[in-house]
Design a protein around this ligand. Structure first.
Ligand SMILES: Cc1ncc(COP(=O)(O)O)c(C=O)c1O
Length: 395
């Protein structure tokens, strides 16, 4: 037997892998709870609703009926067909089942999409503040991460002139996200057309993360995929986690030209083999079944957004735009005089409110906090009471 443990020498690329801070804050908050503290959880980005019962039934029945085996790496034909029909309708563009890759959640489309398209040294433009996995994956895969700042004075839409200035011969991929995490910003129809013009006929792909496309409070969802001639240059990311409150089921998809979809499936064969079969059968029910739960959930998020918006803007040091979609509030906290991370830590430690520092979403998130409103009105009021008391005492 060896006396000493083998030294752990990780591959260098592991030092370039980022994280999603929400999960770390959740662990810290749970540790405080274990010591007896009462914490209001506004850190994690998942609907607090149960998965609709028709979907649960479909999943449980599928297990009983033997959908417990491997399936095709690209996804079950019935689900790919249902997704193709659904996306054809919602994005007003003809999509076929062979253009759909089913994967375990939305995240793998980010990982696999970048892995399949981007070489070391290529540049990828991505929104900042934005979902942290974009930057993490770009860096991990050896590409150059080029942030485009989303600004509050533009309602967190991106500035197309800035985008134009960032595009060059090394740009391989541009990542868009609307409605946006963490800001709730949404691209307008004109924005989408201007972005298409800015890219022009360069050889650039767009990863359009539209995972919150069904959670919209004002305005309409606009996708680059709907524009004439753009379908083959876009990877559309969408899924079931947010729309149908199915985060733990792990079910998402990408829609893209069929030849690229086969390569995403090869990555699936090499990593997961396939997405869980019974989960996919449940997904068919999600898409083809009763949609009233989606509308109800969206309505409830809107009610909570309105409450949070009213109250947070009355708290000393905080000012917040009204998000148009998703379920996050992203207040500006510069007037508190506190750095974002320190303020998020203080709210957790002193006030028992778990929120995320804006910097968890990139450097341009400094000066902001993110609160998820995927919690009850009662808990939101409790959190706001606590933040208010904390601000009155400490600012
Ligand atoms: C913008 C964005 N894209 C993708 C995802 C990943 O979703 P999933 O849980 O389906 O992997 C999330 C989840 O928070 C998100 O906010």
């Amino acid at each position: 037997m060896r006396a000493t443990q083998t030294e752990l020498r990780l591959a260098r690329r592991m030092s370039r892998l980022g994280t999603e801070t929400a999960f770390e804050v959740l662990v810290k908050a749970r540790a405080l709870e274990a010591k007896g503290r009462d914490i209001v959880h506004l850190e994690i980005g998942e609907p607090d609703f149960d998965t609709p019962s028709n979907i649960i039934e479909a999943g449980a029945n599928a297990m009983r009926k033997g959908w417990t085996h491997y399936g095709p790496s690209a996804g079950l034909p019935a689900l790919r067909e249902a997704i193709a029909e659904d996306v054809s309708k919602s994005r007003r563009v003809k999509v076929t089942a062979d253009e759909v890759a089913v994967v375990p959640g939305g995240k793998p489309i980010i990982f696999f999409g970048i892995m399949a398209l981007v070489e070391e040294g290529d540049e990828v433009i991505y929104p900042n503040p934005g979902f942290p996995i974009y930057e993490s994956m770009i860096n991990f895969l050896g590409a150059k991460a080029v942030p485009i700042q989303l600004r509050e004075d533009m309602d967190f839409r991106l500035d197309v002139n800035e985008l134009k200035a960032l595009i060059n011969d090394r740009t391989k991929l541009i990542i868009l996200n609307s409605p946006q995490n963490p800001t709730g910003g949404m691209l307008t129809k004109d924005d989408v057309a201007d972005i298409a013009d800015a890219i022009g006929d360069r050889d650039i792909f767009v990863l359009s993360d539209e995972i919150y496309s069904r959670l919209i409070f004002e305005g309409e969802h606009h996708s680059l995929m709907s524009l004439d001639g753009w379908k083959d240059r876009v990877i559309l990311l969408d899924g079931f986690s947010k729309t149908y409150a199915m985060t733990g089921w792990r079910l998402g998809y990408g829609v893209m030209r069929a030849d690229l979809a086969t390569h995403i499936s090869r990555l699936m064969t090499n990593s997961n083999s396939c997405t869980a079969s019974f989960t996919q059968v449940a997904g068919v029910e999600g898409i083809r079944g009763d949609q009233s739960s989606v509308a109800r959930m969206c309505q409830e998020f809107k009610r909570r957004r309105d409450l949070f918006y009213e109250r947070i803007n009355k708290i000393k040091g905080f000012s917040c735009k009204k998000p148009k979609g998703a379920f996050y509030m992203f207040p500006n906290i510069t007037k508190t005089g506190w750095p974002s991370k320190k303020l998020a830590d203080a709210l957790l430690d002193d006030a028992g409110v778990a929120a995320l520092s804006g910097t968890a979403f990139g450097a341009f998130g400094e000066g902001y906090l993110r609160f998820s409103v995927a919690n009850s009105i009662e808990n939101l009021n409790k959190a706001l009471d606590r933040v208010e008391q904390w601000a009155n005492k400490n600012l």
